[in-house]
Design a protein around this ligand. Sequence first.
Ligand code: F7E
Length: 324
Amino acid sequence: MTKRALITGINGQDGQYLTELLTAKGYAVHGIIPCRAPGIGEAGDRLYYADLAEGSNLLTILQKSEPDEVYNLAAQSHVRLSFELPIYTAEVTGVGTLRVLEAIRDYQRLTGREVRFYQASSSEMFGKVKTTPQNEDTQFHPRSPYACAKVFGFWQTVNYRESYGMHASNGILFNHESPRRGESFVTRKITLAVGRIKVGLQEKLKLGNVDARRDWGFAGDYVEAMWQMLQQPEPDDYVVATGQTHSVRDFLNAAFGHVGLKWEDHVETDSNLLRPAEVDLLCGDATKARKKLGWSPKVRFEELVGMMVEHDLELAEREKRKRG
Ligand code: F7E
């Protein structure tokens, strides 16, 4: 029988890659999009509007989509913005997860069906890190309203597993990027600027803290791990990461270097882009995911940067041609 999946945040980077993966595996994929998404009122057969900040129609959506698996990818996911919108972020990213879990519990009670649940947890929960590299046993020390909300979602997921026997798993994903990454995250902000600077559409790029270090992987690889978690006989929590850490500076070097430019000639720092509290260093240890899921990342850092720069260079060339 065809398996059915429901993805919250289906329109985001991970939602798109996961949809492709599940579709290729023969799933019928249903998705929830936010009310502020473009094309309002024109959601297709398998798309539903909902706002996790209130979630009143989540049970109805479960009844319509009848999923075997739910992937909760929706969030207010911008860390810096979460300092400006802490309560909204808590509502969507934190309590929103609880709303989805509660709707699934109601749905299971009403229908007697089993629904497996994936929660998009985040390496931001490690924040001011206690040890490096970080694994499933590393204590959390969240450093932003976003990270606090993700910690709430993480523990609610564990609680629904332990209290109600729900097949609920957390993927603790470290930063994962691609040409589909949102434009305000640092990697994509950089590669978009590299393309435009290279073709002469832009001169300068303003950034915040270029010393921060992250463990950057490819989003296409990471959605595989999400799916694998839900295929396990038992639910569990897994770190998903490359095990390599690079600074924003390293990313700048690789991205500008890819097109023969020096980032120092173009980057300016802007104190408005700094965060009230920063996460200085993240580096994940995905040994458990490798051993239990057989998962490992395929795309390496340089390849990831090259893929994003090539994509955004083409965008910039198209923009230039359009402008004449
Ligand atoms: O920042 C620094 C910034 O916004 C990375 C989200 O997907 O991954 C992401 O969170 C670093 C930070 O990602 C700029 O201060 C410097 O240290 O790309 P980012 P993030 O905050 O690590 C985790 C796993 C998530 O769960 C989140 O949802 O880069 N940085 N200058 C800058 N960052 C941005 N955005 N813009 C700058 O101009």
